[in-house]
Every structure is written in structure tokens, then in C-alpha cells.
Design a protein around this ligand. Sequence first.
Ligand SMILES: NC(=O)C1=CN([C@@H]2O[C@H](COP(=O)(O)OP(=O)(O)OC[C@H]3O[C@@H](n4cnc5c(N)ncnc54)[C@H](O)[C@@H]3O)[C@@H](O)[C@H]2O)[C@@H](O)CC1
Ligand SMILES: [K+]
Length: 505
Amino acid sequence: MKLFATSQIAGIDKYTIEHEPISDIDLMERAASTLVDWILHHAEPDQHMVFFVGPGNNGGDALAAARMLAWALSGIEVYILDLGKEMSDSANSNLERLQQQNRTRISYIDADSPMPEIKSTDWVIDGLFGSGLSRPLKGLPAKVVKHINASGATVVAIDIPSGLMGEDNRENDRDAIIRADVTLTFQFPKISFLLPENDPFTGSWVVQDIGLHPDAIEKTETPFFYTDHQVARKLLKDRRTFAHKGNLGHALLIAGSYGKMGAAVLASRGCLRSGVGLLTTHVPRLGYSILQNSIPEAMASIDQSDLMFTQNPDLAPFNAIGIGPGLDTKCNTGRGVQRMLEEELKKPMVIDADGLNLLARNPEWLKLLPPETILTPHPGEFARLTHPVECGYERLQLAIDFAKDNGVVLVLKGAYTAIACPDGTCWFNSTGNPGMATAGSGDVLTGILLGLLAQGYAAKDAAILGVFLHGMAADLAVEESSQEALLAGDITQHLGLAFATLKDS
Ligand SMILES: NC(=O)C1=CN([C@@H]2O[C@H](COP(=O)(O)OP(=O)(O)OC[C@H]3O[C@@H](n4cnc5c(N)ncnc54)[C@H](O)[C@@H]3O)[C@@H](O)[C@H]2O)[C@@H](O)CC1
Ligand SMILES: [K+]
């Protein structure tokens, strides 16, 4: 799914109105009816609801929804923010319709009025501002937002929590943004919803399809995408009837050191569960029996060192190389990695964990990275590779620049993992859950990405598909137990089901 800046969404709305064609007010009616469906499905029949209405079409949505709900619910109150200027035409028409219906108390809030009473048991429907917000809220709108946030009521935001920008919120006043429990957002999640600092504002968010015109969505260009089932399914290749392990890729994984052999085992499992033909895992001597006992499907390549990686094997037989899980950052290991990169190998690579930490200490290695390299930092590792940032939006911009400048696919791990590609596109992942914040889940991902690279997936496709499957496997695992109890090994165990579910979708 494409993701757009709010200014682009306004253009898609306009195109829909002109080319469907549908009148502005009817599109608003369609949008409002999706809100009403959700609310009726989730609210008790006697729920008291307080609607807050701003001057634009976001307020118009709220007024239309209040009218539709007033037929079903008795406890509805509407407060209109009076900023001393005209409401938008469609909002005005919806105000007239609500007045004509005559079932709802409508009041105005201006600079002199007391703030309305909101009980903690109420639902607040936030229709103050949506995608037309042009600057941070101040004065009366900010006062109303703070009053709502302090009420303890359940807040349902229409389209965007009022006060939140659709993209960059670096200059925003965090106290003047609605803290919603749920955001019912139209057609597309907004980019700011996918950044960690905005989670307190959006709460959980739900996309409401309002049937914007597919031609407009197709024509409008964007660097931002959301990997849904459809995207991931398209990337997944079928296995051919005459496939054999010799043509499904041979992966080399360099992982593990004294005390961190589990990382090598988990990454090996992830790799072998992702469809690769053969896997060789290169480990220090002490890891030999651990590896062979834990995962007999992997072949072992043994380092000359007892304790750590120091020297890679001949790379000729391998289709892709993964390096990093449990590697440690000792000098000898660093020298070993450097020697390997200086071989100017032209094999796709995935670098994780201590591989990234070594890269951060030796930034001159960046130019040695082969084409089709994937780096998989979490925010801390990314800060070491670049520099610390103040917020997720800045990190996102930095990741996109980093991927373009260095010609690598950068997998910035976290909720909605962002995959920045050398072509300037950025793909947010839709699967996964907080249970994945557990030891070893990154090692499993490295293994999956390595397995896909070895099978011939391009680095960008491997990253998008691998991250999706990794999250999906974790979601399936959590369905059977809980986020708290999720082990990285549960992710590998559910990878099979993830592949099957994706194929069936
Ligand atoms: N036809 C459409 O365009 C559709 C729009 N929809 C709704 O319309 C919304 C967008 O509507 P609008 O473009 O009217 O925008 P908003 O409803 O966000 O409000 C814009 C108004 O607020 C004012 N404003 C902006 N920032 C302000 C600030 N910081 N302080 C005080 N006033 C400020 C603007 O001058 C303008 O009058 C969407 O979020 C969505 O809820 C939906 O009804 C679907 C269809
Ligand atoms: K809103």
C-alpha cells in the first residue's frame, strides 16, 4: 500500500470528487458512515459521547457522524470550536443537517466560555482538526485539547489526533496534541503514525476505507509504502517442481563466539526455515558441537580460533553471506571482517549486531560493502553507524539518506520496521508485535534475510518479504501463547505457518 503526505491526500480527495464523481458532502457522508459503523460496533448502546468539532472538514465528519449516531444513541452532545471564522462549506451543511434533525444539544466554545464538563466515563469524538492542520495548536484550540487530554475520557480521533501533523512533528508542542485511545484514519495510515514518538497520540489506529479513487492513488508518486499481505505475497516466489537443494542457494552464516553461540543457532534456524537449499554456519571451535547438536541440518565451518571469528572460509561456494549474530567485537574478529570485505566479494550480504558495531567503528568499510547488502540495525546500532537523533522522523530521514548514499538496504528495526532502499523508497512493515522485543529475535531475522538472499531474492525484496514473514511468524506464535512469553525460537517454529498463511492469502 502506498502512503502519502497529508497534502497529497487532499489531492486524492479532490480527484475522487471530480472523477468518481461524487460531491464533497457525499464523500464526507461516506467517510462519516465508516466512523459510525466502527463506533456502533464498539460502544455500549447507552454510551454518552461528546463531539468536538473544528472549522474544517474534519469537523464536518464529526457533525455528520453525530447526526447518524443520534438516531441510535441518546447521549450525544456537540461542542463547536468558535475561532471567529466561517466553517468549511461541507461542515456548514452538516451543521444545518444536525440542527434540522433536532435531537442533539449543540454548544459553542469561544475564548470566554468555560470548558465543557467531560466525565471519565464519556467518549470524546475528536473532530477538531485533521489533515488540514497547518501549524501547531496554540491558544483556544490548544486549551481545548489539554482539557480533553486531562478528562480521562476514552478519546476516538477522526482521521488524525488533532494537533498531530501527518509527517514531521519536530516543531510541534506535544502538550497540544490529542492523546487518543483509538484513531479511525481514512484510507491510509499517516506517516507520523508509524514513528515511535507518536504512539501516545494515535493509540491504536484503524484504517477506514472510504473508496478514494484508485487512479489517483496509482498516479500519485510517493517514496513511502506499507508492506501489507498483498505486497508480501507478490514478492514470494513459488518453488519449482524440479527444485533441489543445489539450486535453492547455499548460504554462509558467520556467527557466534564464546558465550554467544545461541545467536548462531537461532540465525541458522531462521535461515534454514526460509527455504534455502544449504546452509554452512562458520563458528569458533568451541561452537562446533553446540551447532551440530542443536541444528544438524546446518553444515559447520570451523574457525582456527577456539573463541571467536578470525578468518572466513573460501567464499566461492556460497550465494550469500550473513555476518554478525553473537560475533563479538574483539580486535581479531574486526581484522577478520576487514580481510573478508577486502576480498571485494560480489556476493549479497546481510550484516547484523556486532557486524554493525564493527562497521560503526570502521566507517571506511562502508565503501567495501558489496552491492545487494542489507544492514539490520536497531535504533541504537543505527545511532552508532551515524549519529544520535532526537526523534523517529529525523531517524527516518537519516535512514533514507544513508541507504541512498551508501547503496545499501537499511532495515531499521522496531515497531513498523522501516526499510530504506538505495532507490529512495521506504517500506514500513505491517506485521509483528511487542513480544518480539526479546533476546534473539534479531538473530532469527538475519537468518531469514540470509536464506532469502541465497535463494536469489534481490536485497530489497528479501528485506521487505523477510521482515514481513518474521513479524507474521511472531504474530502467529503469540496467538498461541502471549507476547510476554514469546521466545525467538517460537518465531522460527512458526515460520512455516507464516509462509503457508501468506501463500493462502
Ligand atoms: N472531501 C475531503 O477532502 C474529505 C476530507 N475528509 C476530512 O477532512 C479533513 C481535512 O479537512 P480540512 O482540509 O478542511 O482540514 P481540517 O479539518 O484539518 O481543518 C482545516 C481548518 O483548520 C484551520 N487550521 C489549520 N491549522 C490550524 C491551527 N493550528 N490552529 C487553528 N486553525 C487551524 C485551517 O485554516 C482550516 O480552516 C480530513 O482530516 C478528514 O477528516 C473526509 O471527510 C473525507 C473527504
Ligand atoms: K481529529
